[in-house]
Design a protein around this ligand. Structure first.
Ligand code: G3H
Length: 532
């Protein structure tokens, strides 16, 4: 790997630490004078061989007491469904969200800079994460308006009038992942809030300081206690919150170990709704008649974007034995041609890994695969620096290898040759995961029955393209251990709400009351106002 050190452009240098010394509870930024934790970047500010991680700032190490205070704040803002926020008119909740997003937009450069330093995401991808999140908020607002328009009416069946809407569920504990610390956390938090829930949100371990520039926007845009933001270790702050049984929704994108650990803390599991995005091991299946140039380009993007640290990344490539030699040769050369560097460098594709232990973990997968008969087939595969390990293309990979079994979430690419299509299908059926697949081929007689099977094994079949979550209007979900619930702009609004309605028998007495309710506009629920 190139060891040339490119000086950090002035606008991306870390000149001031982000000293996050407050947390958001009860509508106020509460000063914290207790223990703090340092936040480091694995990116060095000095050239090698003097590599050293860079201190970015500090966050409060909150304890159980502060966590419960945040919970109480959210519980009292919900106030058994009587709170200002859950009973507010839709149009007023939307106004709060619009105020928030307007203020958020002014913080773009600060958030983007921290995204690069905290998680090593490239400049264009960091900008995309920010812009995609802003767009997601606007799309959510539009979808919610439409949902409200659709329910601005009465129905009548069997002599019963009904006014049906979607109502909030209560208090949401929201935890996001390090690979999309802004976008995926907000893909949970924003729909949860707009539907009238109140929330406690704990930022991810890596990608935590980038929330700091947005704290004032949260404080200024929502009523007291609606959004509460806390810091600290999951075990110390999230577990006690769950143990109270006062959480109605656990919204988590990340690891199933954390999700399971938190779920089991809740004393009444039937009361807890889950919205989870968990692990995946999305395969690519490359058929003998596939357009190889296209398949290789898509597999490069699928396996190496953000160093493979995406739940939708292609994590195993099944390539038909008739073309595997050619595929391997061209694929490996393209992997080796990818540029490694710091996130702001022009044309960079591979960037430092935010988890200091990741290179060692990947090396362990390489060693295990080699011991069991695979080789690294690209020249640079496995080259290591203090904060990186170059993507290793491993071939031939078999089921006994750890890299086949585990979700690597990092730069290593297993290739499995196959002769019979039943081999990848059987593996997918046996797998614990079921998010997406990429299918490369052309002949419709082969593709048709395969598509019909694959849609029953995963939740998205990507034809001649890599796996991905977007566009965000499409359903994002998974089978088996990959997800609980569905997230898209529209589906997320449903996931964070429940159908609830007012019913009344069709008689003069009730009808006069309904008319009165409508004319007086005294109820925010029984209301047929149409939001334009
Ligand atoms: O980490 C998993 C993400 O949901 C992947 O999203 O396909 O937009 O990168 P993406």
């Amino acid at each position: 790997m190139s060891s040339t050190f490119n000086a950090i452009p002035e606008k991306y240098q870390i000149n001031n630490l982000v000293e996050q010394n407050t947390y958001l509870v009860e509508g106020a930024l509460i000063p914290w004078r207790g223990e703090t934790s340092n936040v480091y970047s694995t990116i060095s500010s000095v050239p090698r061989p003097d590599y050293q991680k860079t201190l970015l700032g500090t966050i409060p190490t909150l304890g159980k007491k502060e966590a419960i205070r945040a919970l109480d704040s959210a519980v009292s803002a919900y106030n058994k469904g009587q709170g200002l926020w859950p009973t507010m008119k839709v149009v007023d909740r939307i106004a709060c969200m619009e105020k928030f997003v307007e203020q958020m937009k002014t913080k773009r450069s600060e958030v983007v800079k921290l995204l690069m330093w905290e998680i090593g995401k490239t400049l264009p991808d960091s900008q995309k994460e920010f812009d995609r999140t802003v767009e997601y908020i606007y799309d959510t607002i539009e979808d919610y308006k439409q949902m409200d328009r659709n329910s601005a009416k009465f129905e009548k069946h069997d002599g019963v009038h009904a006014h049906i809407r979607r109502g909030p569920l209560g208090v949401v504990l929201c935890l996001g992942p390090y690979n999309y610390p802004l976008n995926e956390t907000f893909a949970l938090l924003i729909p949860a809030l707009i539907m009238g829930n109140t929330a406690i949100f704990k930022p991810a371990k890596h990608g935590v300081l980038l929330i700091s520039p947005l704290l004032e926007a949260f404080r200024d845009s929502f009523p007291k206690g609606v959004v509460n933001i806390i810091y600290g270790r999951g075990r110390t702050v999230a577990a006690p919150i769950m143990q109270t049984g006062k959480i109605d929704v656990l919204a988590l994108i990340g690891n199933s170990k954390s999700a399971n650990a938190l779920q089991t803390q809740h004393p009444k599991s039937n009361r807890l709704r889950l919205v989870l995005g968990l692990e995946a091991k999305n395969p690519a299946i490359v058929l003998p008649d596939a357009d190889l140039d296209l398949a290789i380009d898509e597999c490069i993007a699928g396996t190496t974007s953000f160093n493979g640290q995406r739940c939708t990344a292609l994590k195993v490539l099944y390539v038909h034995e008739a073309i595997v030699e050619e595929f391997n040769k061209r694929f490996s050369a393209k992997v080796d041609a990818l540029k490694f560097g710091n996130p702001w460098e022009e044309g960079v594709k591979l960037t430092p890994l935010p988890e200091p232990d990741k290179p060692l973990y990947i090396q362990g997968l390489i060693d295990d695969a080699i011991e069991k008969g695979a080789s690294i087939i690209n020249t640079k595969g496995g080259e290591t620096t203090e904060n990186y390990i170059f993507p290793a293309v491993m071939f031939p990979v078999t089921k006994e290898m750890k890299v086949f079994q585990e979700e690597q979430f990092g730069p290593i690419i297993p290739i499995v040759p196959f002769s019979d299509i039943e081999e990848p299908l059987d593996d997918m059926a046996e797998s614990n995961y079921g998010q997406q697949v990429s299918l490369f081929g052309r002949d419709v007689k082969t593709l048709a029955p395969l598509i019909d099977t694959l849609v029953n094994l995963v939740c998205r079949v990507n034809l001649n393209s890599s796996c991905q979550r977007g566009p965000d209007v499409y359903p994002f979900t998974g089978r088996k251990d990959s997800a609980v619930g569905t997230l898209s702009v529209h589906d997320a609004l449903r996931s964070f709400s429940i159908r609830t309605f007012v019913a009344s028998k069709d008689n003069d007495y009730n009808n006069a009351i309904l008319n009165n309710l409508l004319d007086s506009k005294a109820s925010n629920f029984v209301n047929t106002d149409y939001i334009l």
